[in-house]
Structure formats: structure tokens, C-alpha cells
Design a protein around this ligand. Structure first.
Ligand SMILES: Nc1ncnc2c1ncn2[C@@H]1O[C@H](COP(=O)(O)OP(=O)(O)OP(=O)(O)O)[C@@H](O)[C@H]1O
Length: 373
């Protein structure tokens, strides 16, 4: 695929403003989830389940407008369902590497979406392998592509937003669990709400610039809050009480593993940061709990009878509440292409271990990528 056809996949930067985030009507859970995922992309994105025409794409596009624009950030990238792995992760020109001793990397959609929003409509219809790969990159914040021992990696700190309509197929539970946050949108709108939404949308369509100006102050405020929250994240710790509350909520929901605990702590931290506070409060945890648990909670009839070992698990994890200075994944690369240093990858936090960086190995035969076993 040549670069111009890759460019064709990206939403064109339109001169007309997008519908402002601040003008979205209702949908508080959706707005909160999107803001949290934007503050800390390592939360693992947002999966939105809901009927058509409920502002899923409008809100994701609006979120991108709030992200910092320096260094090419703030893009809204739409991932088409038919995309190949190569289009997604980018490709390496091995011949150039061998002949000229430098890695020629052709960026893919992940590179374009760095510091922006990657939107996947009907993610449940995307090939499982691609969803897996996307979630890997999202959780590590790094895209590493390797071919015959030559590797290239670049930061891929993106806010992943996937939508699905369960009538058109389910997402495998393994993949479901790996989406950080989940929002289920209802389809019943009261008459007054419908009217308010339609009135606002008609006003926007009539004169987008004038409509956007009305929300300018709120938009600026939101953008500032996101930027400040991002830089404050690393300094926000969690104490034993917060940790215990998170563990108890996750235990009560009978979730599998501890991914929910990790995401809930991250999301609560992002919530505190958005509110300009330096510590996680109970209210932060309560505000994010359902977003974290909704898609992970075991149905009552799935829960096996409790054994004594299970009951012992209720004891909260005993952390000392201290934070390490750096939980960054250790990475190495033979890349000499002058791309941003991997140390540019997102922070990691306190007792939370870093995520391993996934490697996408490019085989010679076909321009496809497969993860190393
Ligand atoms: N809560 C809302 N606030 C503002 N606009 C809304 C809201 N709900 C719906 N709309 C408007 O409805 C229209 C459809 O929204 P959008 O295209 O974002 O829906 P969608 O959920 O992505 O649909 P689809 O699943 O069909 O892609 C847009 O014009 C959008 O502005």
C-alpha cells in the first residue's frame, strides 16, 4: 500500500469545526468514560454498546478536538473494518535496512493516531487478531514492528474508542475484558431530550462556526483540564483504603483476574486528576466503578460455589501506598530512524507493573504481522 492510499484512510482535516464535545446532550457516562480514557490512554480505551444514531462517533470525534495538537496530536483516525495488519501497525522496508543500514518505516494508522483518537465502528466485526493487537498496543503505549531481526518502535499513546451493536455479533469475552471501560447507551430518549438534541444539531449544521463559538469557553476549559490532568497523573498516588475499596468492588463483581482492579485504579486516578485533586477519593472510585465492571461482571449463574480459598480472597491487597518512580517497560530497538525515543512512552504508575511491549513480526512472505509466541 502506498502512502497516498494510507492517507485516504484518515479522516480529512476539515476546515469546518466538529460538533463540540461541550455541546453533547446528556450521556454523562459516555462523556466521563471518554475523558478518562483521554487522560490516561493506558486505561485501554472505551467500548460503547448502543443503537445507531446515539452520538457514538460524534462524541469520539469531538473528544479528539480537545486533545493537545502539538507534535501532530489530536487526530481523529477512523479504522475501516477491512484494514490489514500492515495498514494498522505500519511496515518496514528490510531491503533499505540492509542496503543503507537504516530502518525505513512506513507509518500505519497507529502512528497517525498517536496522541489522538482511534475510532473503530463495529469493532465486534473486526478480525479478532486485529482487535487483540490493537488492545496490546493500547495497553503498552508502544507499537513495535519487527522484521527479520530489524525492528522499529514508536509511541502509540492513543485513545481507543470502539463501538458495537450486539445484534450484529458479540465480542469474544477475552477481548471484551481487555477494553478498559464500557458504556451501554440506552435507546429511549424522552420527547424533550430528542427535541433538544435535534435543535442543537440543526443549529450546528446551519452555522458550525457560530455554534462552536458558543461553546468556546467550555471547550477551552475541558482541553485545559485534560492537559493538566495528563501531566498530573504521575504524581497522584493511592493509599491502602482506596486500594481496598477497589479490590472489594472487583471481588463483589466476581471479575476474572485483576485487570479490572488495575483499570479501576487508573480510571479513578484519571478522575481525580480531571478534578484537579492530588489523591484518589472514594468518590473517584465510585464514579468509575461501573464503567470498569459493567462488561466484566460475572452473571449470577456463572459464579461457581465459593470454596474456602475463594473466601480468603476477600482480604484486601496490602500495599504500602508508596509509589515507585518509574514502572516503564524496558525496551530495545535496532531502530536508527530518528523516530521519537521509546522513553517517550507513557508513565507507569506506583505499584502497577508496566505492560509488556507487543512485537509484531513481519514475515518475508507476506506483509502480515504475527505476534511472537
Ligand atoms: N446526545 C447527543 N448529543 C448531541 N448530538 C446527538 C446526540 N445523540 C445523537 N446526536 C446527533 O445524532 C446524529 C447521529 O449521531 P452519530 O452519527 O454520532 O451516531 P452513532 O451513534 O455514531 O451512529 P451509528 O452507529 O449509526 O454510526 C448526529 O447528528 C449527532 O449530533
Amino acid at each position: 500500500m502506498n502512502p497516498s492510499s494510507i492517507d485516504a484512510l484518515f479522516a480529512p482535516a476539515s476546515a469546518a469545526p466538529s460538533y463540540p464535545f461541550a455541546a453533547l446532550h446528556g450521556q454523562p457516562q459516555l462523556r466521563t468514560a471518554l475523558l478518562l480514557a483521554a487522560v490516561d490512554p493506558l486505561i485501554g480505551g472505551v467500548l460503547i454498546e448502543g443503537p445507531r444514531g446515539t452520538a457514538k462517533s460524534t462524541s469520539a470525534r469531538a473528544l479528539a478536538e480537545l486533545l493537545p495538537r502539538e507534535h501532530g496530536g489530536g487526530r481523529f483516525v477512523d479504522l475501516p473494518l477491512g484494514s490489514s495488519e500492515e495498514q494498522l501497525v505500519g511496515s518496514l522496508d528490510l531491503e533499505a535496512a540492509l542496503q543503507h543500514g537504516r530502518v525505513a518505516f512506513r507509518p500505519g494508522l497507529l502512528a497517525r493516531a498517536h496522541d489522538g483518537v482511534l475510532y473503530i465502528d463495529e469493532v465486534n466485526l473486526l478480525a479478532d487478531g486485529l482487535v487483540d493487537l490493537l488492545l496490546d498496543v493500547c495497553a503498552s503505549g508502544i507499537n513495535r514492528v519487527e522484521r527479520d531481526g530489524v525492528s522499529h518502535q514508536h509511541p502509540a499513546r492513543l485513545t481507543l474508542v470502539g463501538t458495537m451493536n450486539p445484534e450484529e455479533g458479540e465480542l469474544r469475552p477475552q477481548l471484551l475484558d481487555r477494553f478498559g471501560l464500557f458504556v451501554r447507551l440506552g435507546d429511549t430518549l424522552a420527547t424533550a431530550e430528542r427535541q433538544a438534541i435535534v435543535r442543537a444539531r440543526l443549529a450546528f449544521d446551519t452555522d458550525p462556526a457560530a455554534f462552536a463559538r458558543r461553546f468556546d469557553a467550555e471547550q477551552r476549559d475541558l482541553a485545559r483540564r485534560i492537559a493538566r490532568a495528563r501531566s498530573a497523573l504521575a504524581g497522584i498516588g493511592f493509599g491502602d483504603a482506596a486500594h481496598e475499596r477497589v479490590a472489594a468492588l472487583c471481588h463483589a463483581a466476581q471479575v476474572e483476574g485483576v485487570r479490572a482492579d488495575l483499570v479501576m485504579l487508573r480510571a479513578a486516578r484519571a478522575h481525580a486528576a480531571l478534578d484537579g485533586r492530588g489523591e484518589i477519593a472514594d468518590a473517584d472510585i465510585d464514579a468509575v466503578a461501573e464503567l470498569v465492571l459493567a462488561h466484566r461482571r460475572k452473571a449470577a449463574d456463572d459464579v461457581p460455589p465459593q470454596t474456602p480459598q475463594h473466601r480468603d480472597d476477600t482480604a484486601p491487597a496490602q500495599g504500602d501506598g508508596s509509589r515507585s518512580t518509574n514502572g516503564q517497560a524496558s525496551t530495545s530497538t535496532s531502530d536508527d530512524s530518528g523516530q521519537p525515543d521509546p522513553s517517550d512512552q507513557p508513565d507507569d504508575w506506583g505499584a502497577l507493573p508496566p505492560q509488556p511491549v507487543p512485537i509484531h513480526t513481519v514475515k518475508n512472505v507476506r506483509p502480515l504481522h504475527a505476534k511472537k509466541p
